[in-house]
Design a binder for this molecule. Sequence first.
Ligand code: 5AD
Ligand code: FES
Length: 343
Amino acid sequence: MESLIKKLYHEKNLSDDEFKILIESNEGSELLVKYADLVRQKYYGKKVFLRGLIEISSYCKNDCLYCGIRRSNKNAERYRLTREEILSCCENGYELGFRTFVMQGGEDSHFTDDFMCSLIYEIKNKYPDCAVTLSLGERSYESYRRLKNAGADRYLLRHETASPELYRKLHPSEMSLENRIECLYNLHSLGYQVGAGFMVGVPFQTTENLIEDLRFLQQLKPQMIGIGAFIPHHDTPFRNEKAGTLEMTLKLLGILRLMFPMALIPATTALGTIAPDGRERGLKTGCNVVMPNLSPVTVRKKYSLYDNKICTGEESAECKNCLQRRIESVGYEISTERGDAIN
Ligand code: 5AD
Ligand code: FES
């Protein structure tokens, strides 16, 4: 295992067979952590970038089988934030030191291009030193173009899985991997900093599927890569499936850090949900971003993608302080910079 990890560290790549051995082995995790941290510190030092996450809507027209806010979930409580509520999250976040706002939501037609453009324009006008990141799912080229022109800097759209067969098992037939990939390339060509990513341990996933994800990311070359363990939600068809493991998620985080030395990789909420020290372990394995929740506490439980999601009771300031403590406990430091990708 040692030789494979060293090879990945030096060459940023392995053959499919080698990736398979590395992914399936139970050995070498300490060495992977060591090299992942070496690479991360070479480019980013001890900095961890903060992104203030604002969950703007729990309405979604899609029906992804794994997701708690899928349209078929009649038990989901739906909400959408008003323009004023979103702006007040930003104001609160700015005072807390956030210099990136991430507006994330289900695919909700209420958030038209006109609405979003005017909102983005106002945020960028009020906070010219901040980056605006969107995570609003699949939209048309024209929509992405308008949002970019209004001032959006970055876009997060996980590809979820790069395997067409697995994609079909996780999504209804009206959704397609082709369209999702086209969206990612459109975002890239429009000049967004792009984030892609996948879930680890989702039902039916094989090692080969994970290797397909790594190959897809090598082609797309996103600036940001978000991955997290799959966690079942009790009101979805996958309610009885097993969650992805911390070990497998950390292994893939380490591999991704060695493959993409300059990528921005978050220690996600899902990682903190599967283990109490999940995010700290992620930071030690190459992660350099955290995304504290800035959403109003009154709506947080309703943005329920999976069961037992953490950070749903805390005020934004508590959430930030909690993360700051966690970051410092493993020897890193919060950066107050915008934290753009360095390539
Ligand atoms: N478990 C873990 N992650 C999930 N997501 C959606 N549902 C789940 C789940 N049950 C992830 C998807 C999506 C992101 C916003 O949340 O990868 O892109
Ligand atoms: Fe909304 Fe999947 S159910 S994007």
